[in-house]
Ligand binder design. Structure first.
Ligand SMILES: [Zn+2]
Length: 163
């Protein structure tokens, strides 16, 4: 029984599109949608927003796999969070500001939660995609669109491949 579950999990992992597939998938989808929008309503966004928006789109297109232990996104996040935590703790030793302790605590708790979340768990749900995209509204409304496009292109691609 354990062997069978292990086997099923392994098949699931092996058939999962990697981060390169997700970035490529996003770029194709973003290209089509931007072209269509330009044809239909005329795009009124600056080149800066277009470039930075696509960087956000690419990031969000690999974001869901943060709950996959073997993914690139997970490895980058783990290392980044650890590095930031160490910097904060060193800074705390000198500055003695309590906020500097909260940051590593929050980051490490987040990694701890991730450790126990299975793939296609929380981070592979549309709700999380919307919740993580909406705060970008504070910077620029267009970023919300790019982020949603990235996140949903990931969910679509995962479903297509597993079917
Ligand atoms: Zn995925």
């Amino acid at each position: 029984m354990i062997n069978m579950i292990d086997y099923m999990l392994r098949v699931k992992y092996y058939t999962m599109p990697g981060y390169k597939t997700h970035i490529f998938g996003y770029l194709v989808m973003a290209g089509i949608i931007l072209l269509l929008m330009d044809k239909l309503i005329g795009l009124h966004i600056s080149i800066e927003i277009l470039v930075s928006g696509n960087v956000i789109g690419i990031l969000y297109s690999i974001l869901p796999d943060i709950d996959t232990p073997s993914s690139k996104m997970r490895k980058i996040t783990g290392r980044l969070f650890l590095a930031v935590s160490i910097v904060c703790l060193i800074a705390f030793a000198f500055l003695r500001r309590i906020e500097l302790i909260y940051i590593p605590l929050a980051l490490i708790s987040f990694l701890y939660v991730l450790w126990f979340s299975r793939h296609r768990g929380l981070f592979h749900t549309p709700l999380i995609g919307i919740l993580l995209s909406l705060p970008l509204y504070l910077i620029d409304i267009h970023y919300v669109g790019f982020a949603l496009l990235g996140f949903f292109s990931h969910l679509i691609l995962d479903k297509e491949v597993l079917r």
